[in-house]
Design a protein around this ligand. Structure first.
Ligand code: PBG
Length: 326
């Protein structure tokens, strides 16, 4: 049946009917807010390229978690800026490491009201800024698995609810799963950054986390932006190794990969709307070129429509505010 019997505009005539036929609905339950924790007290360093985001000491971080909870955000993703770095990133495995301290403080204040997702990677903790141990000028896969497993265990012991490896080493999900299980943490899920691309969109994050590589780039371990068959292999392997949720990262230039992942695998799909994607919107908004709130909601909706079940976004709190208004 075609025009004039069929008129698609009928279902767009007023807000009530438009709401009734809305297919994609954002929920605060699906949002994760990334936060950066640094040493010291009463520290709140603005991150230049990411307006509204800060490197925060534990006290301010805990306070910010309270703000997030008040707005209905129930999950945070923690990144640490350590006091010292070392060759292998072992500083990330210390009982009193910066993220470990943050997790314990959050846990003490909010008990189980807030899910704490701990990013696992070495790049913030190594002197050279690469995601693992360097041998002959490149990151050595199997040696790096050892530090990743150690870091994961230490974060679980500190009270992390979810372990999220972002390093892109082969076999790390299996190694981390086994280490967690061997130590009694069989109930801690792994959210793996399964299809993580070597992307220019991480630029602002590397300023925030002080984690830019001192030489070379990450192309020997992160994925080639041209590939999506390979992304399916990465995801499939991580699921086989025991991942409970799999991530596609970045989100916006990779909506096709999110869609493919969702239609191929029966597992929660996470999308990371990364720093560069956030900063571009902020910059355009600061120039008055776009309507920030509208674009923020449109982007989050598009990521969900593509198939993401969970969205990691620096706009989490702002999106929650809009959702709460409705
Ligand atoms: C660590 C890590 C990165 C991001 C999350 N975890 C940076 C990188 O791989 O260089 C990027 C997040 C963002 O850009 O918002 N490996």
């Amino acid at each position: 049946m075609a025009f004039p019997q069929t008129r698609l505009r009928r279902l767009r005539t007023n807000p009530l009917i438009r709401d009734m036929v809305t297919e994609t609905i954002l929920s605060v339950n699906d949002l994760i807010m990334p936060l950066f924790v640094c040493p010291g007290e009463k520290v709140k360093n603005p991150i230049n390229s990411m307006p509204g985001n800060y490197q925060m000491s534990v006290d301010f971080l805990v306070e910010e978690c309270g703000n997030l909870l008040e707005n209905g955000i129930r999950a945070v993703l923690l990144f640490g800026i350590p006091e010292h770095k070392d060759e292998h990133g072992l500083v990330a495995c210390e009982h009193n490491g910066i993220v470990q301290k943050a997790i314990r403080a959050i846990r003490q204040k909010y008990q189980n009201r807030l899910l704490v997702v701990a990013d696992v990677c070495n790049c913030e903790y190594t002197t050279h800024g690469h995601c693992g141990t360097i041998v002959d000028g490149d990151v050595h896969n199997d040696l790096t698995l050892e530090t990743l497993a150690k870091q994961s265990l230490s974060l679980a012991q500190a009270g992390a609810d979810i372990i999220a490896p972002s390093d892109m080493m082969d076999g790390r999900v299996q190694k981390i799963r086994k280490t967690l299980d061997d130590n009694g943490f069989y109930n801690i899920p792994i959210m793996s950054y399964a299809a993580k691309y070597a992307s220019g969109f991480y630029g602002p994050f590397r300023e925030a986390a002080e984690s830019a590589p001192k030489f070379g780039d990450r192309r020997s371990y992160q994925m080639n932006p041209a590939n999506s068959d390979e992304a399916m292999r990465e995801i499939e392997l991580d699921i086989e190794e025991g991942a409970d949720m799999v991530m596609v990262k970045p989100a916006l230039s990779y909506l096709d990969v999110i869609y493919r992942a969702k239609t191929t695998f029966n597992i929660p799909i996470v999308a990371y709307n990364v720093s560069g994607e956030f900063s571009m919107v902020k910059a355009a908004a600061a120039n008055g070129w776009i309507d920030e709130e509208r674009i923020m909601m449109e982007i989050a909706t598009s990521i969900k429509r593509a198939g993401a079940d969970i969205i990691i976004t620096y706009y989490a709190k702002d999106i929650a505010k809009v959702l709460n208004r409705k």
